[in-house]
Design a protein around this ligand. Structure first.
Ligand code: 6PG
Length: 221
């Protein structure tokens, strides 16, 4: 795994955005199209803002969601709003159908529409070591489907890609910033198997941190 440490959260977002833009351009150059699945939370906003300013052939890019809270359209808790930072022209968007009447059937439909292999999957890291919507101890992490529903977590049921899909991607990016991520980052890299992030395949994965999130790594690097 390629670990990159930037000076602060903004620099980490810029580093991550530059890497994503490069991967999307490469995918379009090689295969004529690119697919990316993006996570939510609070960290990605800076990355999306930076990504919007970079050269990306958006008309050939399809953006999926890694996970989404089951909440009404327009609810501030929805991750989908983060995609509004991306250029409205061009890119194709595949929101998770969390307002469907039958969520399990909707998850199956979303799974049926996934690419065979994502070019990029973007992930965050929770201070409890979760990623995507794989809360610690939630059976969703062992789901055999490509898209599944979590149990209630931090106020919401969530629809999420599962490790099968995330680990099949050509490339993974984990972006984490802030002092509250230092402990889960350290425990992850030390091999703590209780952390859902530990299910991420490390080959072809780039981890971008700011110095605060990397602050407990010094002896490991
Ligand atoms: C979500 C995210 C989740 C997120 C982490 C980190 O829907 O909450 O997809 O996996 O990436 O919880 O969140 P922060 O960036 O807010 O710390």
């Amino acid at each position: 795994m390629d670990v990159r440490v930037a000076a602060d959260a903004e620099a980490a977002a810029v580093e991550a955005a530059g890497w994503v833009a490069f991967q999307l351009r490469s995918a379009v150059r090689r295969r004529g199209a690119a697919t990316i699945a993006v996570s939510g939370g609070t960290t990605p906003a800076r990355m999306f803002a930076s990504l919007a300013s970079l050269v990306v052939p958006w008309e050939s890019v399809t953006v999926f969601q890694v996970d989404e809270r089951v909440a009404p359209a327009g609810d501030p808790a929805r991750n989908l709003k983060l995609l509004d930072a991306l250029p409205s022209r061009g890119h194709h968007r595949r929101p998770m159908p969390v307002n469907a009447a039958h969520l399990a059937a909707a998850a199956r439909r979303y799974a049926a529409g996934l690419p065979e292999q994502f070019d990029v999957v973007h992930l965050g890291l929770g201070d409890d070591g979760h990623t995507a919507s794989w809360p610690p101890g939630d059976p969703v992490i062992d789901a055999v489907d490509k898209v599944a529903l979590s149990e209630m977590y931090a106020g919401f049921v969530r629809m999420t890609l599962t490790p099968i899909v995330v680990n099949a991607a050509r490339h993974r990016l984990v972006l984490a910033a802030g002092a509250n991520k230092a402990r889960p980052v350290r425990h992850w890299l030390l091999g703590d198997n209780t952390l859902p992030i530990q299910r991420i395949r490390r080959a072809d994965t780039v981890l971008v941190l700011d110095t605060e999130a990397a602050s407990m790594l010094a002896p490991l690097r």
